[in-house]
Design a protein around this ligand. Structure first.
Ligand code: KG4
Length: 338
């Protein structure tokens, strides 16, 4: 019998619903929230309100686009965390209510598992998915982790950031350059026209597989401050070169630990995920690295790099297969690893 899962994602500022049947994506609807742009970052209270407004039409549209009736659902999967608590409560409460109404089980999903498992979303029956074990570099606005994935529900964090995430490094440095939030995509665009060797920024020297980006952020800030004293138009004149040099340094930091993790684990497959995996430089660097070492690279379609419910639905699908369900008294959590 086929298994049809509705996924619901509301961990930050995207309200999303998706339907997956037997691992194949039938629909994926995302309502982004413009309301935060003028504040230079996500405002939690406004995000929760927008989720409340969006969730019914988004779920409705996802079911319609999938061409299924809600009574055909086998389970409802929802993001339980990590994320903004108010936002998570909207998706969690909606999932519980719908599950009680339809008398189908609910499955709670760790948002980070979703990012890792986004490589298993098939858009066609015969799409190729990673073989276990593989290494996933998960880089987003809130996390930078190296994860050894032994199975869909057996993951080990080998390294994580001890301070800022890679996405935060992009966003915070972009902010001091006067770029809008989130700055990552702007840096990506500008970097394409800049000279990556023009500026040198500090790189961390920490043992093991952990990441650190706070030193780079400070070094970037001091470079700007010192040069602006000499030339007030320094940032404007060097925008593309600053972006390219910053992006190059972030990629160097990411690739250094990724290489160590590959050598340490002996894996033959490398995947990337999370918002920063949309970055052109990161994608090219991982693809080139894997080609040089004869490894298989899984680079997600850009649609699946940022928050989406398709990844929640696929993670929920695998938990459903293993009959791992959620109880109605379980509540969202703001922080957790994979
Ligand atoms: O995974 P995500 O959507 O949200 C979290 O769960 O954190 O990631 C958002 C992060 C932001 O920091 C954003 O600047 C970054 O992903 N990002 C990028 C690019 N697209 C999104 N960073 C660099 N280059 C990009 N093209």
């Amino acid at each position: 019998m086929s298994v049809t899962v509705l996924g619901i994602e509301s961990s930050c500022d995207d309200t999303s619903a998706a339907v997956i049947r037997d691992g194949v994506l039938l629909s994926n609807v995302i309502a982004s929230q413009d309301v935060h742009a003028e504040y230079g970052g996500v405002v939690p209270e406004l995000a929760s309100r927008a989720h409340q407004q969006n969730i019914v039409p988004v779920v409705d549209t996802a079911l319609k686009r999938a061409g299924i009736d809600k009574h055909d659902l086998s389970a409802i999967a929802f993001t339980r965390g990590p994320g903004l608590l108010g936002s998570l409560h909207v998706g969690t409460s909606f999932a519980k209510g719908l599950s009680l109404g339809l008398r189908v089980p609910i499955v709670d999903v760790n948002h980070l598992h979703g990012h890792v498992l986004s490589h298993f979303i098939r858009r066609e029956e015969n799409d190729v998915v990673p073989e276990y074990p593989f290494l996933c570099l998960l880089v987003s606005g809130g996390n930078s982790q190296l994860i050894l994935v032994r199975n869909y529900n057996d993951m080990e964090i080998l390294g994580r950031t001890i301070d800022d995430a890679a996405g935060e490094a992009f966003d915070k440095c972009a902010k001091v350059m006067g770029l809008p939030y989130p700055g990552g995509p702007h840096i990506d665009r500008l970097a394409a026209e800049g000279d990556a060797s023009k500026f040198k920024f500090a790189k961390p020297h920490i043992p093991g597989l952990d990441y650190s980006f706070s030193g780079l952020k400070t070094s970037f800030l001091y470079t700007l401050r010192d040069n602006v004293k000499l030339d007030p138009d320094f940032i404007e004149k060097n925008l593309a070169d600053l972006a390219a040099s910053l992006q190059h340094t972030i990629i160097d930091i990411l690739m250094d630990k990724l290489d160590k993790a590959v050598k340490q684990t002996g894996v033959r497959t490398v995947a990337i995920g999370g918002g920063v995996s949309a970055n052109s430089g990161v994608r090219d660097a991982v693809a080139a690295y894997c080609q040089r070492r004869g490894l298989t690279a899984f680079i997600p379609p850009r649609l699946f790099t940022t928050d989406n419910a398709a990844m929640v639905a696929i993670a929920g699908y695998y938990k459903y297969i293993d009959r791992i369900f959620c109880c109605y008294d379980q509540v969202p959590y703001a922080r957790v690893g994979v």
